[in-house]
Design a protein around this ligand. Structure first.
Ligand code: 13P
Length: 342
């Protein structure tokens, strides 16, 4: 392991106001998103869809890294170029989702524990040889009566930390993703409290497992009211509360925070990231960036709809979305960018 290379890669992933594009949906998740738009749920449609994304002209101007899934990292383009080569040639760093999914947690009804540590050392080694330079592992925490439990928070934090240690041993930057879900009627204050506790526990475990903090990226949720909470705070209020929470719980040595979108619309995710950078960028210890899946892909997938004839229009929508997010990193996003091609 060369720690300096890992730290350098982590820095590159958040440099130049670029961000990450998560296209690491498992086959089941990708299929269920396809089903919403009536797209056939086959391996070849998943392959074509991913090819459409990575061949978007100019993608590398706003995107520093893409997160792939095991099926995708092994696939080729129509002309037989491996996806990893096409991505690297576009100046983008390939990454890989390595958890095997969130499963029901024994003794903790309604809570999940993410699995995938068995055999992980060998899988990481293989992914590194295939060209991946960073990885992702997602833990999910549900907010509700008595939830998340301390047992669920601790188990997921320990698992995230063991994953991160193995990544650094294998030469990969770990993206550590503890997601407090938006589902539910919880207030923004409750989300704050849970997110703070989760992040403090995660960083304590990262320390215990001897993970180098300078060589990882944190992928948290924004601090938000639950989807069915009657009180929905403004964009600026969300920005203030999210930053207050992160400043309390995330060490200054972390090079970058790359938010997940979690089901927010593309526009709202950009507006909230923008507000955080407008209000706080100059006095934050870490870069504040994005690693969105749905908030980048949703509209492009709908336009593409499984048809090659729609490819150009879908790529334009994707490009517009990533440019909006790059602008949000600079605090220069505004709503008019949604209507015009930037
Ligand atoms: P969303 O941006 O759609 O929440 O996905 C991010 C991600 O990588 C989830 O693991």
């Amino acid at each position: 392991m060369n720690l300096q290379d890992i730290i350098k890669t982590a820095g590159i992933l958040v440099a130049d106001d670029k961000g990450l594009l998560a296209m690491d949906e498992s086959n089941d998740t990708c299929n269920s998103r396809f089903a919403e738009f009536g797209i056939p749920q086959t391996q070849d449609y998943r392959r074509s869809y991913r090819e459409m994304i990575i061949t978007t002209p100019g993608l590398g101007e706003s995107i520093s890294g893409v997160i792939l899934y095991d099926e995708t990292i092994r696939q080729q383009m129509k002309d037989d170029t491996p996806f990893v080569k096409a991505i690297t040639d576009a100046g983008i760093i390939p990454g890989i989702k390595v958890d095997t999914g969130a499963k029901d947690m024994a003794g903790h009804q309604g809570e999940k524990i993410t699995e995938g540590l068995d055999g992980l050392r060998d899988r990481l080694h293989e992914y590194f040889l295939m060209g991946a330079r960073f990885a992702k592992w997602r833990a999910v925490l549900t907010v509700g009566y008595g939830k998340p439990s301390r047992g669920c928070i601790e188990a997921n934090a320990n698992t995230l930390a063991r994953y991160a240690a193995l990544c650094q041993e294998a030469g990969l930057v770990p993206i550590v993703e503890p997601e407090v879900l938006m589902d539910g009627s919880q207030t923004i204050e409750q989300c704050f409290e849970v997110t703070e506790e989760v992040l403090r526990t995660v960083f304590n475990q990262l320390y215990r497992q001897r993970v180098t903090i300078e060589g990882l990226l944190l992928k948290p949720n924004m601090v938000l009211p639950g989807l069915t909470c009657p009180k929905q705070e403004s964009v600026d209020e969300v920005a203030d509360v999210t930053i207050e929470c992160l400043l309390r719980a995330v060490p200054a040595a972390v090079p970058g925070i790359v938010f997940l979108s979690g089901g927010q619309s593309g526009e709202l995710a950009s507006a909230r990231l923008n507000a955080m950078n407008v209000r706080f960028k100059s006095h934050l210890p870490w870069a504040l960036s994005f690693s969105f899946a749905r908030a980048i892909q949703q509209q492009a997938m709908e336009i593409w709809n499984g048809k090659e004839s729609n490819q150009q229009a879908a790529q334009q929508a994707l490009l517009n979305r990533v440019r909006c997010n790059r602008a949000a990193r600079k605090g220069k996003y505004n709503e008019t960018m949604e209507k015009t091609q930037i």
